[in-house]
Design a protein around this ligand. Sequence first.
Ligand SMILES: Nc1ncnc2c1ncn2[C@@H]1O[C@H](COP(=O)(O)OP(=O)(O)O)[C@@H](O)[C@H]1O
Ligand SMILES: [Mg+2]
Length: 422
Amino acid sequence: MNAPFQARAGLRDPFTAFVCDDATADMLRPVAVEHGWSPEKVNKGGLRNAVQSLSVSASPNILFVDLSESADPLNDINALAEVCEPGTIVIAAGQVNDVRLYRDLVASGIHDYLLKPFSVDQLRDTFANAQAILSGPRGEAQVDKPHVMSTVIGVRGGVGASTIATSLAWLLGDKAHRTTALLDLDIHFGTGALALDLEPGRGLTDAIENPSRIDGLFIERAMVRANERLSVLSAEAPINQPLITDGTAFFQLQEEMRNAFESTVLDLPRHMLIQFPHMVHDAHVAVVVAELTLAATRDTIRILAWLKSNAPQTKVIVVANRVPSGGALEISRKDFEQSIERSVDVVIAEDGKLAAQAAKLGKPVAEVAAGKAAAPYAALCNMVLSHATEEGASEAKGAAAAKSLVDNLKSMLSKPKQAAAA
Ligand SMILES: Nc1ncnc2c1ncn2[C@@H]1O[C@H](COP(=O)(O)OP(=O)(O)O)[C@@H](O)[C@H]1O
Ligand SMILES: [Mg+2]
């Protein structure tokens, strides 16, 4: 909830509270007044009322919410996260004294948890801290990081493209410290939310049905937050409902994500690539995920050729995933590389144990992996970032080349004149 949407901050109320009892309300009101906030923004009704009222109104900059009446605080906080716009700093209070709950709340994006009864000074401290964050240099930090648009394409189903997309998005957020959007375009069977133990929500389905509604505010509301720097847009559209769209929604979403985040990862099923080729046009990097099998070799060749002619400016990274150890290979790496006429950039071993563990924990594989198993994911993330910056550099080089071309043309134009004058 403390996400990077500074642009909207001006439209919001500075502060709203939802408390459960009069004692808390009485303590909060004078402190609110000290900060220049209206004491009327201290409402009764706790978390339940907060969820209800935020589902129909804009979220404040600072939200105080009392969890005392909540039977399952963590679950209820997730309900709040669905209606609360990113950028809101949430301060929770409650009576449960459990460090695990505290940790889980913080992991789900809560700024602070005050154990009741708390003192006025504790309250002042936490508000001061929240305000420091709001007025902090987050906006400037964003300017330093040009957007990185990446897309992950599995050459066949089941090769692990979504697994890699989720991991890449998580790494861009957690390790590269970039606010990151994961857009899962498997509209009916998407796993972007599932892999992170989240409910996909209706955001993506709404966007497809009503592309004209997509703007910055829509993105803030529709995206589901996995952590402080990773938000997901994914769907489980009803399977009796065919996908009806001309792709405008996807294009708009990509555009808005470019504005709101520092990186975007598109999980692009290969049939969507055929139907909506424009999704790749703006990608700095395409991660092509394959297996070392005969069928995957054929489809890698075809997809690489497609990328070459449809998105020549996009840098391609080839990942061989699920590579079994020992001699159980259907096709050797060497033969695969020869067939696709380029080398494999990243090799990820078949590791059922790790995949199962990640699924059980509802975490990306890259987060669960340790040591040697984590290395290829880190390498992939670094490659994506360096290719994207190279892209920027080569654009600049291109501009320089264009300039000298113009200079050349000018001098060519001036020559005949001289010749004519001579
Ligand atoms: N390196 C790996 N080792 C073992 N299992 C993997 C590996 N990568 C992915 N998987 C598993 O393969 C299955 C399909 O992965 P998924 O990412 O959904 O594929 P795709 O998106 O390409 O269809 C999942 O159960 C996932 O856990
Ligand atoms: Mg997939």
